[in-house]
Design a protein around this ligand. Structure first.
Ligand code: F6R
Length: 245
């Protein structure tokens, strides 16, 4: 789906999230998958508008984040938990206590991976994510699944690509303060969601979108796993769509 303005992209994406929750939720408690980053901010704003117009209600919704940094406490202002509380919970009325985020702290690698395994189990116990909101990296990453990630991967510890650390350095006091590792939902975990709604805008995403939507299914472009999903919705502006045939 292609919107002609940022506002239209956000509205189309929000409509598809709400329709997906209705379809895949089937009257059960809502379970929404959340992405950080700039791409979905307009979508969250539209969902907030839907709440204020009584077209949506997230006050009892469970939220599952895609990823979290390792090595900073979840109270750190740049942790994805805090980012989601500020940019999503406060905007759409999802309660912070109903927000689940992979655990990036622990006494050992084994403890962090055990928490990652428990995170996948918690998603399953909640009945699965009904709609997963996604952005895509310029290199095709989904969550922190950088190129080379296994297509069936589950929530696990990953090293951040140096490009991703450089991109995110603007949020920290310097690149040396950017964590080197993270915990991310795997591509297989993401594919388990009932519907995927990916938002991408700007010419910088055009190559990644072309590779994800029309390229070969390949770990070289993690976003290409969208092709395996039976209910994946991709919402773009003209610039992000410009390299599609
Ligand atoms: C989000 C995430 C990333 C971003 C991607 C795009 O939790 O893990 O995959 O979706 O890096 O970022 P933006 O939207 O800032 O361009």
């Amino acid at each position: 789906l292609i919107g002609s303005s940022a506002d239209q992209v956000a509205r189309i994406a929000a409509d598809n999230v709400l329709a997906g929750l209705a379809e895949h939720g089937n009257g059960k408690r809502q379970v929404l998958g959340l992405a950080t980053g700039s791409s979905p901010l307009g979508l969250y704003r539209e969902l907030g508008k839907a709440v204020s117009e009584s077209r949506a209600d997230f006050s009892d919704t469970l939220g599952f984040a895609l990823d979290e940094y390792i090595g900073i406490p979840d109270t750190h202002e740049q942790s994805y938990r805090q980012t989601l509380v500020n940019e999503v919970c406060h905007v759409i009325g999802l309660r912070p206590e109903n927000l689940c985020v992979p655990q990036g702290t622990g006494d050992s690698v084994i403890a962090v991976q055990a928490a990652a395994d428990a995170y996948d189990a918690a998603i399953k116990a909640a009945g699965g994510v009904q709609v997963q909101i996604l952005g895509i990296g310029a290199n095709g990453h989904l969550g922190f699944n950088e190129p080379g990630s296994a297509l069936t991967s589950r929530t696990r510890i990953k090293r951040l690509a140096s490009k991703t650390r450089e991109d995110n350095a603007r949020f920290f006091a310097g690149i040396e303060h950017v964590p080197t590792h993270c915990v991310t939902q795997g591509l297989g975990t993401i594919l388990d969601a009932g519907r995927l709604v990916l938002v991408a805008t700007g010419a910088g995403k055009a190559d990644a979108i072309a590779a994800a939507v029309e390229g070969p299914l390949s770990a070289a472009c993690p976003g290409s796993v969208l092709q395996l999903h039976r209910d994946a919705v991709v919402v773009l502006d003209e610039a992000a769509a410009s390299k599609l045939t």
